[in-house]
Design a protein around this ligand. Structure first.
Ligand code: CAA
Length: 287
């Protein structure tokens, strides 16, 4: 099915991932509304999109005029009802099952268009549960972007047992043609493809640091210079957010009972201390 039917996109949550997804959609020419919990959070989301676009302009990737045009395509609001007329809503709230279930219940009842798709950017929460509470399970699936969304080419597509094949086709077209990104498909199991491999690696690096094998800088240098990764695991953990990694690890551990997925005590303590990584100004490194 053509993706041309998706012109109006809603994004729930304007944090790092939500604002990045909104930017990607607006840069692709779509009309976007970002819904946040209150006016202050909506303003912060707008600031994130603006500064990312200005950064792109300062590097000559887009013109100053394009920054204005792209921003004009994105509205930021705390009015949940603004999602009602959307062709596609991408939920990018915190990685918390209860929060996501409540959002899917609410937005499922709100969407006016019969064929509107309701997607989650979750990394690890069962898509089938989100579909079940939405009342429109055949139109619900995972559409998982990577951080920073404007830069990373990959999007994981995750149909659940109850997702209609047409919904998957539509999202395949949307991601590949409308957004110009590269989709891969995965089964509805916590972690999908990328986090099933990445999260145990990041948690192993945290355990290594916790056990005093090496400094954070040397662990990271090892993987950057020894394996050609763009950044080391502890810097990457800071970029993703330690609270997010912890939440993904917990969901993956609950699903598979695999000890490698279980967050180490240092990660718990850092999250409890508010040392959440780059977004908090401090994690394994100070920013
Ligand atoms: N927003 C927009 N653009 C950004 C950006 C951001 N937040 N961060 C970097 N960029 C752009 C820069 O503008 C620059 O573009 P050009 O080269 O075209 O001018 C390019 O990305 C490179 O940036 P920098 O030169 O500043 O820095 P860098 O070369 O060190 O790259 C990086 C930064 C892109 C983040 C790179 O280090 C990288 O790819 N890191 C790995 C990121 C990764 O693994 N992400 C996946 C995380 S897992 C996940 O997200 C899923 C999950 O569920 C947890």
């Amino acid at each position: 099915m053509s993706n041309s039917t998706i012109a109006q996109v809603g994004v729930i949550g304007g944090g790092q991932m939500g604002s990045g997804i909104a930017e990607v959609c607006a840069r692709a020419g779509l009309e976007v509304v970002v819904v946040e919990v209150d006016a202050t959070a909506a303003e912060s989301a707008e600031g994130r999109v603006r500064s990312s676009l200005e950064r792109a302009a300062s590097r000559g990737k887009i013109s100053a005029g394009e920054v204005t045009e792209i921003l004009a395509r994105v509205a930021f609001t705390s009015d949940f009802d603004a999602l009602a007329d959307r062709d596609l809503v991408v939920e990018a709230a915190s990685e918390d099952e209860q929060i996501k279930l409540e959002l899917f219940r609410r937005v499922g009842a709100l969407l006016k268009k019969d064929d509107a798709v309701l997607a989650s950017n979750t990394s690890s929460i069962p898509i089938v549960k989100l579909g079940a509470v939405s009342g429109r399970a055949e139109k619900v699936m995972g559409v998982h972007f990577f951080n920073p969304a404007p830069v990373m080419q990959l999007v994981e597509l995750i149909p659940s047992l109850t997702t209609a094949p047409e919904t998957l086709d539509r999202m395949r077209g949307f991601v590949g043609e409308a957004l110009g990104k590269e989709p891969i498909e995965a089964t509805d199991r916590a972690g999908f493809v990328v986090n099933s491999l990445l999260v145990p690696y990041l948690l192993s690096a945290i355990r290594m640091y916790e056990a005093g094998y090496a400094s954070a800088a040397d662990i990271d240098k090892g993987m950057v210079l020894g394996c050609g990764h763009p950044m080391g695991p502890l810097a990457l953990a800071d970029l993703i957010g330690l609270d997010t990694i912890r939440a993904i690890g917990v969901s993956m551990y609950e699903e598979f009972k695999e000890p490698l997925y279980s967050p180490p005590p240092l990660l718990d303590r850092m999250v409890d201390a508010g040392l959440l990584g780059k977004k908090a100004g401090h994690g394994f490194y100070a920013y």
